[in-house]
Design a protein. Structure first.
Lengths: 115, 112
C-alpha cells in the first residue's frame, strides 16, 4: 500500500523557518518526481515546488523562490521542504504528492504563520 | 501562467443523475511530446485529493468507470454517469504541461 506521511507543520512566527518532511513507502520512491502542493484554509490547491527523481533539478512557484527549498533523500525515501522567511500568506495545509501525475497524496500537514 | 477555468463552480445533483464539469485552459495543454497533461482530482471533505483521471481520459486504477474524461487542446470535460453519494466533494482539474503547474478553482458537487 502506498503511503505518504507528512510531518513538521505547526505554528510559526512570520520571518521564521520550518522544515517539512514526507516519508514514503509502498512504491519505488527513487523512480518518481515529487512535489509539494498547498491549500490555504477554505481555498483551492496550489502547486509549490517539484523535484526530479534524482534530485538534480528543482522547480518553484514565483512566490516561494528564494525562500523555500525542496530536497529529497532517496536512501530514506523522504521528501523535504525547507521554508524560510515565512509569511502569513504561506499559511496552508501542505501535501506531498507524486509528480507530474498527482497519483499519490499524503494526508497533509498544517502550517500556520502568525504572530 | 496557464489559467484553468472550471464551470460550474457548484453543481447540485440527485443520486443517479449524470453531470459534467468543464475545464477550459488559457492555452493549449498539448505537450511537445504529444501528451496532454490534464488530470482530474476529487477532494472529499476533510480528505486529501485523489486522482480520478490522467492524461485527459485515462481512468486511474480503482476509480469507478462512471467517471470519464474527454477533450483536447484547451477544452476538457469530466463526466459522472450516475452520481453516487460517495462522489460528493470538490473536483479540480490540474495541468502539468506547462510550468508552473496550475489547478482550476474547483467545482463543488452537492446533493440536491
Amino acid at each position: 500500500e502506498v503511503q505518504l506521511v507528512e510531518s513538521g507543520g505547526g505554528l510559526v512566527q512570520p520571518g521564521r523557518s520550518l522544515k517539512l518532511s514526507c516519508a514514503a513507502s509502498g512504491f519505488t520512491f527513487s523512480n518518481y518526481y515529487m512535489a509539494w502542493v498547498r491549500q490555504a484554509p477554505t481555498k483551492g490547491l496550489e502547486w509549490v515546488a517539484s523535484i526530479t527523481n534524482s534530485g538534480g533539478s528543482t522547480y518553484y512557484r514565483d512566490s516561494v523562490k528564494g525562500r523555500f527549498t525542496i530536497s529529497r533523500d532517496n536512501a530514506k525515501s523522504t521528501l523535504y521542504l525547507q521554508m524560510d522567511s515565512l509569511r502569513s500568506e504561506d499559511t496552508a495545509t501542505y501535501y506531498c504528492t507524486s509528480n507530474p501525475g498527482f497519483a499519490y497524496w499524503g494526508q497533509g500537514t498544517l502550517v500556520t504563520v502568525s504572530s | 501562467d496557464v489559467v484553468l477555468t472550471q464551470t460550474p463552480p457548484t453543481l447540485s445533483a440527485t443520486i443517479g443523475q449524470s453531470v459534467s464539469i468543464s475545464c477550459r485552459s488559457s492555452q493549449s495543454l498539448l505537450h511537445s511530446n504529444g501528451n496532454t497533461y490534464l488530470n482530474w482530482l476529487l477532494q472529499r471533505p476533510g480528505q486529501p485529493p485523489q486522482l480520478l483521471i490522467y492524461l485527459v481520459s485515462r481512468l486511474e486504477s480503482g476509480v469507478p468507470n462512471r467517471f470519464s474524461g474527454s477533450g483536447s487542446g484547451t477544452d476538457f470535460t469530466l463526466k459522472i454517469s450516475g452520481v453516487e453519494a460517495e462522489d460528493l466533494g470538490v473536483y479540480y482539474c490540474v495541468q502539468s504541461t506547462h510550468a508552473p503547474y496550475t489547478f482550476g478553482a474547483g467545482t463543488k458537487l452537492e446533493l440536491k
